[in-house]
Design a protein around this ligand. Structure first.
Ligand SMILES: [Ca+2]
Ligand SMILES: [Ca+2]
Length: 501
């Protein structure tokens, strides 16, 4: 007897044991500039994001990370001029408060980007500090806010009209490094966190460039992050912090010692990362996945991983995966990165297979809703290209990448052990991998066929999974065939099936 089963995409029942402060969300990274314009100036804005919350919720994204929204002279806004404001091109503080409220009414958590390594050179702190140095007043309190030196050196830029230099780790961008040892700067950071967490109500922060806080000094960075995490817990318990430590697994493991909830899993991302390697493997792709997962477990244990394939800096997933002409490949990569567990992050547009590489603006193109409802492209774009159909078309196509991502997100919401469960590798051969996740009385059995071309049969009883009792089946391939007599499952190429007990 064979039957086909598929996932019902009905209203969600999020188990009560999953709390509002849960870090294991389906996180969605948004570049506000390129997402949705609401006032006709062509630039995406906060009200534009608000108007797309239906879409975001429908897609099953339960957490939003907004790239920087504070006032800044640049289009990307990683150089802040006021840590207590909203950039006027994005809207007003009232708009932002309304967005926070709308998100929370929908059960969506909202975190914002927090660049603390540096400010803008136009920040009043830096302007005052440089003026003071020009006038020989080195005791001005603002001088202590930055890393000034009278010695020239790498990453040190002259302060015009003085014999002083300032540290700038991200050179050329007008982004002077803050002096994070300064008690006054730490007091400012505390005020900034208190304001956004408690006055405005955000649910946490994405911490930009944490390896540059104290350049190449992991120990001091970890100490600073421990201070940040403790302070955040004091201000608002359960807030989520996720750090950008763009480095290898063993160093990322050291950063986790700070107590910060998550660090992006860069070793999974990009063309050379774990996910792309699995996708490209000519032999033993299942073994490659298991061994990558095992490396991550060995380094990070059961901490909250933050896997992703691409973000605003890395170039988009479809390029890294060489998936321009294979939607199956793009889907499967989404499938296996989500099946790693943890707090997964999806960069806006990845759900429709947007492309972009090279110059930063190319990786931050206008969200392709349809041909008439797009923002202007960010300044400096040198290549505009969309490899896959727009959102509207993909919404209407059951087989689209978008609908695959939507099903995937909803499955993870219905089966919380996938993201949170303790993992056991139950079985793997060259093409098939079976993992068991256990969390809060729930067991999920994840069966994956890594072969791009061949069906695979797998006998579930070999893994000790009995089909007796209630069992839900969620299928991630066009069809899954299950013989209940022999407990044999036939997986289509790139098929993923999850059994839940
Ligand atoms: Ca606008
Ligand atoms: Ca620094």
């Amino acid at each position: 007897m064979k039957r086909c089963l598929c996932l019902l995409m009905t209203a969600l029942m999020i188990p009560a044991s999953v709390t509002a402060a849960d870090p294991y969300q389906n996180w969605y990274e948004i570049f506000v500039y390129s997402y949705q314009d609401s006032n006709g100036d062509g630039i995406g804005d906060l009200n534009g994001v608000r108007s797309r919350l239906d879409y975001i919720e429908q897609m099953g994204y339960t957490g939003i990370w907004l790239m920087p929204i504070m006032p800044s002279p640049s289009y990307h806004k990683y150089d802040v001029t006021d840590y207590f404001g909203i950039d006027s091109r994005y809207g007003t503080m009232e708009d932002f408060r309304a967005l926070v409220q709308d998100c929370h009414e929908r059960g969506i958590r909202l975190i914002i980007d927090m660049p603390l390594n540096h400010s803008s050179k136009d920040h009043p702190w830096f302007v005052q500090a440089c003026n003071a140095l020009r006038e020989g007043r080195t005791d001005d309190p603002m001088v202590d806010y930055y890393c000034f030196s009278q010695k020239a050196g790498q990453k040190y830029i002259p302060v015009s009209g003085t014999d002083w230099y300032y540290e700038e780790q991200f050179s050329g961008g007008g982004m002077p490094d803050l002096n994070l040892d300064s008690a006054a700067v730490r007091a400012e950071i505390r005020r900034i966190f208190d304001f956004w967490l408690n006055d405005v109500g955000v649910d946490g922060f994405r911490l930009d460039a944490v390896t540059s806080y104290y350049a190449a000094d992991t120990q001091r960075n970890v100490a600073f992050l421990s201070w940040l995490k403790q302070m955040t817990e004091e201000l608002k318990p359960g807030s989520y912090l996720v750090g950008e430590a763009w480095t290898g697994l063993s160093t990322i493991a050291e950063y986790y010692q700070s107590g910060v909830d998550s660090f992006f899993l860069f070793p999974a991302s990009q063309a050379e990362g774990g996910i792309a390697k699995v996708i490209r493997a000519r032999s033993n792709p299942a073994g490659s996945y298991v061994s990558f997962m095992q490396q991550v477990y060995d380094a990070l244990g059961d901490s909250v991983w933050a896997p992703f394939i691409g973000n605003h800096d890395t170039g988009r997933a479809v390029g890294s995966l060489q998936a321009r002409s294979s939607v199956q490949r793009a889907k499967f990569a989404e499938g296996i990165v989500n099946m790693m567990g943890g707090a997964t992050f999806t960069y806006y547009g990845e759900e429709i297979g947007m492309v972009g590489a090279g110059d930063d603006p190319n990786k931050r193109l206008a969200m392709y809703w349809n041909d008439h409802d797009m923002t202007t492209q960010p300044p400096g774009v040198t290549k505009i290209e969309y490899a896959y159909p727009c959102v509207d078309d993909q919404l209407a196509d059951e087989q689209s990448l978008l609908n695959y991502c939507r099903t995937l997100n909803h499955l993870k919401l219905e089966v919380p052990s996938i993201a949170r469960g303790k993992n056991e590798f139950v079985y793997n051969d060259a093409n098939v991998c079976v993992m068991k996740r256990t969390w809060n009385g729930e067991e999920s059995w994840i069966v994956i066929n890594f072969s791009a071309k061949q069906e695979q049969n797998y006998c579930l009883e070999e893994s000790g999974l009995s089909l007796a009792g209630t069992l839900d089946v969620n299928a991630f391939s066009s069809t899954v065939q299950l013989s209940t007599e022999t407990a044999q499952i036939t997986l289509q190429p790139y098929g993923i099936v999850v059994f839940v007990k």
